[in-house]
Each structure stands twice: as C-alpha cells, then as structure tokens.
Design a binder for this molecule. Structure first.
Ligand code: MF3
Ligand code: CO
Ligand code: CO
Length: 264
C-alpha cells in the first residue's frame, strides 16, 4: 500500500497517510516554528521562584494573540490552556494552575502556535534557581536524545532509527523512555499520522521521505517508564514520582537532510 500522499491532494484531516509538503509549505512552517520558539524565549525571564504557572500561561496567550497567532491547545479536545506546563514528576500535559514555582523545580513548557493555519510545536526544559545534579543530568540527556535523533534525519532512514537512538542514549544513562506518548505528523492539523515513537528498532517503522513534517518530543524518566493519568483527565505523571524531562522540535525532511522549524 502507498502510505504517502502529496499534502496538496489530501483533505485537512488525519487519513492515515503520510503527507508530503512542498517548499511553500516549509516556509509557512518556518514562520510558525520561529514564532513559537520566540514565545519560549520571551517567557524564559519570567520563570522565577514564586510565579504561578497560570501567570506564565496568560503571558503566552497574550504573546500569541499579539503576533496574530492562536495557541493550538486552547479548547483542543477540551484542554483549558494556551500551554502545557509540566513540573518535576509531571511527564506532560500539566495544566497551568495557581501553584507557585519554587527553587529547585524543573519544568517543561510546551507550546503550539497556529500562524496562518500552520502549527509550530515545541517544548523546552527550564530550571528554577539551583537544581539537583540528577535533574541536571536528566535534562542534558533528554536534550541530547532529541538533538542526536534530529541529526540522523534524512530521506531513506526509518522512524525506528529515531526511536532506537533515543532509547540507546536514555538507557545508556540509566534513564527510561516513556512509551505511551509520542511525536506526530503536523502541519495544517495539530496531530497527524504518523506517530513518531521514541523507542524501537533500527530499520523498523516508516521510511522517511522528502517533504515529511513531524515532531520529535522524547519524554525521559529518571525512574521507571510507567505513567499515571491524574483525575483531571490530562496531567500525566511518573508512577514512581521520580523526575521526568522532555524537549520537542518540529522538523521537516529535506532532499538530503532536515530543517528544524522551531529553533528560532
Ligand atoms: N503540545 C503537545 C504535543 O507536543 C500536545 C498537547 S495537547 C493538549 O503534541 F491538549 F494536551 F494540550
Ligand atoms: Co507535539
Ligand atoms: Co508540544
């Protein structure tokens, strides 16, 4: 079966085929990606002891609207905020709240902005004051997982190569890879085919082709890979209450490599 389709021939929904985008689409994605990277840059100096995550979320909302963009998470399947802010043992989808940041916290801020109909999706880890050595190593390793996976990208490799490398780096540092959540195709819709797993085996999965656009967003746990969903229906935490870290970029596959859209 042919798993790929020119995006210009495809309906704007997940049809289980991999959409291949053209140069114009890539420049739209670069604009959306640059904007969301700038949003994280803008928010960074506000991340200090005593500030609430709700306040950060409000700043993100105002930034988005001031740039003629829309936070994709707002009302997405009922999600109530403009960002996901995931603290310490929260793996992802943390809902901004009146909880105050405190010295020693680590947090992931994940933002998706829609600009002219195109989605830029990125997240980074931030630190409040002085953090533990273990937290530092977890954050550095998670960033290494994302960036080394990106450096592999080119037509002809497989999505399994991405997962295998991330798993090798994480487990090599005695951390674990969350398996229940994954990266995703993205473009004019937020979450599209295919899933990009952060674990797996070389050569397995889908072959990468020029024109593909997707996210890589490894979630790496200090303890076991097991997750738990809180009763709010969104917040995903580590089952063993250990720390978790995540970084995310939106990338496109070019003729001989890749383009990172969300690197500012
Ligand atoms: N931004 C997240 C991602 O990387 C998705 C969040 S969906 C939400 O795919 F509804 F939880 F906000
Ligand atoms: Co994503
Ligand atoms: Co995201």
């Amino acid at each position: 079966m042919n798993s790929y389709i020119k995006a210009s021939n495809a309906p704007m929904k997940n049809i289980g085929l991999i959409k291949l985008y053209n140069n114009d689409d890539f420049s739209q994605m670069k604009k959306a990606g640059k904007l969301v990277a700038e949003c994280l840059n803008y928010i960074e100096p506000f991340i200090i002891d005593g500030v609430t995550t709700q306040y950060l979320d409000k700043l993100i909302y105002d930034f988005a609207l001031s740039k003629n963009s829309i936070p994709a998470t707002l009302n997405y399947r009922g999600y109530p905020a403009s960002s996901c802010i995931s603290l310490n043992n929260v793996i992802c989808h943390g809902i901004p709240s009146n909880k105050k940041l405190k010295n020693g916290d680590i947090l992931n801020i994940d933002i998706t902005l829609i600009l002219n109909g195109w989605h830029g999706d990125t997240s980074r880890m931030f630190k409040v004051g002085k953090i533990s050595r273990k937290a530092e190593i977890l954050i550095d390793t998670t960033y290494q997982c994302l960036m080394e996976a990106i450096h592999l990208l080119k037509p002809g490799i497989h999505t399994g190569d991405i997962g295998a490398l991330i798993q090798e780096i994480a487990e090599g540092n005695r951390f674990s890879v969350v398996e229940d959540l994954c990266g995703h195709g993205i473009g004019q819709i937020f979450h599209d085919h295919p899933n990009i797993l952060h674990f797996g085996k070389k050569g397995q999965g889908y072959e990468l082709k020029e024109g593909m656009i997707f996210t890589i967003e490894p979630m790496i746990n200090a303890g076991t890979k097991d997750i738990r969903l809180l009763s709010d229906g969104w917040t995903i935490v580590t089952k063993d209450k250990e720390l978790s870290a995540q970084f995310e970029h939106t990338v496109g596959i070019t003729r001989d490599g890749y383009q990172i859209f969300t690197d500012g």
